[in-house]
Ligand binder design. Structure first.
Ligand code: AMP
Length: 249
């Protein structure tokens, strides 16, 4: 079984985000980029499937600028076999990424596509669902457990009332939650080995996909600053403040 994993290069989750002065987006100068954390769990799961003898090949794909190669290398160092970079300096919105992924799936014919449940930069939570729809494949979203057996994927997912398990026929798309696993750190020997693994570079036009944005960002702004809290000495004081100051009761 071939597994295709989508890995996005995003601003590292530890970075304190700065909004550009003109409100047109996030300032990314001199900012550390890493693999989207949900995608690390997706790669980890693929590697575990390979170690368990259930996956034969893992292909990691990333769409974005040339530097997204580093994200692919991280996936290769974790245990993926080869990478594909769809090189583009354009802003790639989820629909464009989903179309690119579909084109790669048509070419690569994997049995399983793993993507993160969301990218921590745009928080869209759309790509996996869109690619499943474009392919006409079953989808299991927000997987916190994945069991592959005999042409089926059982996906356990968190829902409001608890856990739900859906059974999908392969080929299928699964979007991955952080609870699925604890991603491994790549060891130094594996980082060295990853340098020799192949990465193919293609462009959106090679795949016949128009990636022009369909959405326009009007404005990006910092969240309002929270005011400092106060400590109250008693329940009576709390109730008083809720009544007279916050006016919520
Ligand atoms: P989103 O729908 O943008 O929240 O992203 C969900 C998932 O789609 C991510 O966790 C990635 O697995 C995948 N994805 C989104 N954008 C890209 C990209 N530019 N390159 C590779 N994978 C991506």
């Amino acid at each position: 079984m071939k597994v295709l994993v989508a890995v996005k290069r995003v601003v590292d989750y530890n970075v304190k985000i700065r909004v550009k002065a003109d409100g047109s987006g996030v300032d990314t100068t001199n900012v550390k980029f890493t693999m989207n954390p949900f995608d690390e769990s997706a790669v980890e799961e693929a590697v575990r499937l390979k170690e368990a003898g259930k996956a034969s090949e893992i292909v990691v794909v990333s769409m974005g600028p040339q530097q997204a190669q580093d994200t692919i290398r991280t996936g290769l160092a974790m245990g993926a076999d080869r990478g594909i970079l769809v090189a583009s300096d354009a802003e790639l919105q989820p629909l464009a990424v989903a179309k690119l992924l579909k084109a790669l799936v048509d070419k690569e014919q994997p049995s399983l596509v793993l993507v993160g449940k969301q990218a921590i930069d745009d928080d869209s939570n759309q790509t996996g669902q869109m690619v499943a729809a474009l392919l006409g494949w079953p989808q299991g979203t927000f997987a916190s457990k994945l069991v592959i057996d005999g042409g089926k994927a059982d996906v356990t997912r968190e829902i409001d009332g608890g856990l739900e398990t859906v059974s999908l026929s392969l080929p299928a798309v699964v979007t991955v939650d952080l609870r699925l696993n604890e991603p491994r750190y790549a060891s130094l020997p594996n980082i060295m080995k990853a340098k020799k693994k192949p990465i193919e570079t293609v462009s959106p036009s090679d795949l016949g996909i128009d990636v022009a944005p369909r959405l326009v960002t009007l404005k990006v702004e910092e969240p309002a600053r929270r005011q400092a809290g106060v400590k109250v000495a008693s329940v009576a004081e709390l109730v008083g403040k809720l009544k007279t100051e916050a006016k919520v009761i």
